[in-house]
Ligand binder design. Structure first.
Ligand SMILES: NC(=O)c1ccc[n+]([C@@H]2O[C@H](COP(=O)([O-])OP(=O)(O)OC[C@H]3O[C@@H](n4cnc5c(N)ncnc54)[C@H](O)[C@@H]3O)[C@@H](O)[C@H]2O)c1
Ligand SMILES: N[C@H](CO)Cc1c[nH]c[nH+]1
Ligand SMILES: [Zn+2]
Length: 437
């Protein structure tokens, strides 16, 4: 069966309209989901553990007498790790080491306190402190994601978070050994087999058994996304991560089957995932298309890949690589592969993307697992204004000010002047009382 994969050319008269159709898919608010999530959250807030147990039985098919019975102990996490085949243990530890080392550098580069003294000896600075307790949501409804455990828990651990509480749904009670093992390696303190809006509600409001956290991070389906949006304010959240996206910007020098498989790699996540190729070489686009047709029937998740490519994918023939960079900036994809012989020529032109993968050997999937940078990234064009999950998401900043006596003379006059201008006499006099008379 041929694939109804959109092919667009930027020279075509109707390009802009077609392009908008590709772009302007949005996660339309599904009112049924919104309503259900609002009800679940209100119920969890009101009835705590009892509500959490009922929803876990209803949506995950997991019956338990108490929420305490859904907690996985550190000993169980360790046992899961110890029982893994050596190759899987080594892979988790290798990935964890690289993710940790990347985030440790991030901490050094932008996560430390700093201060200085001005010419009057006044001390000014920023004090960075880790969050006391965070909740990490690890998706588990349709597939298990041990890599997402590492990507959430390790930056939290590197930031120095006091307590990391993981929730992961286990449909019908089936626990994934790799998820548990990753939680052990990544230093998760407490773990519960809970998912969906009820897990988000339990973390946000706290129950008799699940501790209330200060921030919830991690990806999830529409129920999780809606719940995170609703509890924002009561707790912090990292972002609302939508379906996965990949945009490959190709100059035609990478083997076309590599590019075809990279497009599949994100399409296989979800029917709503988006895979786009931008290339100035029409002949190369035809080769990639042929590889897509050839490889698709051999893919276990070919139905999902097909739905994603047909619904949201596109192969776009641009006039030049420069134009491809412009279009990529408009899309602001979650993952951007610069599949070029000369990636550093194009990188300076690329402004908006969650993660930029340079060169033919940098398959996006390496970033999903073990390159080191975080795989929780802004989607749906939000890379225009937001960043990957990082150590900074698990920290907060306080300003530090220590005014010297000399500084109080200078600042006091200015502050009083401005305070009288605002009609705030107490502010003005608090500054003036410290002036030498
Ligand atoms: N951006 C990333 O880094 C990243 C990483 C991994 C996964 N993901 C994405 O996360 C998502 C995971 O989704 P998932 O469904 O597999 O797992 P999930 O854990 O997000 O959702 C499962 C939960 O959804 C709830 N739910 C399901 N049907 C419901 C219903 N009818 N009513 C109320 N609640 C219901 C249940 O409580 C269940 O526990 C996928 O879209 C995947 O692509 C993203
Ligand atoms: N590509 C996903 C983020 O968009 C992350 C992931 C986990 N496992 C495989 N991939
Ligand atoms: Zn992926």
């Amino acid at each position: 069966m041929t694939l109804a994969l959109r092919q667009l050319a930027t020279t075509a008269a109707d390009f802009e309209a077609e392009f908008q159709r590709v772009l302007h898919w949005s996660a339309e608010t599904d009112h049924a989901i919104e309503q259900r999530v609002a009800e679940i959250l209100a119920d969890v807030q009101a009835r705590g553990d009892a509500a959490v147990l009922e929803y876990t039985a209803r949506f995950d098919g997991l019956q338990a007498d108490s929420v305490a019975a859904l907690e996985i102990t550190r000993d169980e996490l360790k046992a899961a790790f110890d029982c893994l085949p050596a190759a899987q243990r080594d892979a988790i530890e290798f990935a964890a080491r690289r993710v940790r080392s990347y985030h440790e550098r991030q901490l050094q580069a932008c996560g430390l306190s700093w201060q200085y003294r001005d010419e009057d000896g006044t001390l000014l600075g920023q004090k960075v402190t880790p969050l006391d307790r965070v909740g990490i949501y690890v998706p588990g409804g349709k597939a298990a994601y041990p890599s997402s455990v590492l990507m959430n828990a390790i930056p939290a651990q590197v930031a120095g978070v006091g307590e990391i509480v993981m929730v992961v749904p286990t449909p019908k009670g089936e626990r994934n050994a790799l998820v548990l093992a990753a939680a052990y390696v990544a230093g998760v303190h407490r773990a519960f087999t809970l998912g969906g809006a009820q897990a988000v509600g339990a973390l946000a409001y706290g129950t008799a058994t699940v501790p209330a956290v200060h921030k919830i991070t991690g990806p999830g389906n529409a129920y999780v996304a809606s719940a995170k949006r609703r509890v924002f304010g009561t707790v912090g959240i990292d972002m609302i991560a939508g379906p996965s996206e990949i945009l490959v910007l190709a100059d035609g020098s990478t083997p076309p089957d590599w590019v075809a498989m990279d497009l599949f790699s994100q399409a296989e996540h979800d029917e709503l995932a988006q895979s786009i190729l931008l290339c100035p070489d029409a002949g190369y686009i035809a080769q990639v298309r042929a590889e897509i047709e050839r490889l698709l029937p051999g893919m276990p998740r070919q139905d999902v890949i097909r739905a994603s490519l047909e619904g949201r994918g596109a192969l776009i023939h641009t006039r030049s690589m420069e134009e491809a960079c412009d279009i990529s900036n408009r899309i602001a994809p979650e993952h951007l592969e610069v599949s070029s012989r000369d990636p550093h020529r194009w990188e300076p032109l690329l402004k908006h993307a969650g993660a930029i993968f340079l060169g033919a050997f940098t398959s996006e999937s390496l970033g999903d697992y073990c390159a080191g940078p975080n795989h929780v990234l802004p989607t749906s064009g939000t890379a225009r204004f937001s960043s990957p999950l990082g150590v900074y998401d698990f920290q907060k900043r306080s300003s530090l000010i220590e005014v010297s006596e000399a500084g109080a003379q200078v600042l006091g006059k200015v502050a009083a002047e401005l305070a009288y201008g605002e009609g705030l006499q107490a502010h003005a006099q608090a500054a003036e009382f410290r002036l030498k008379r």
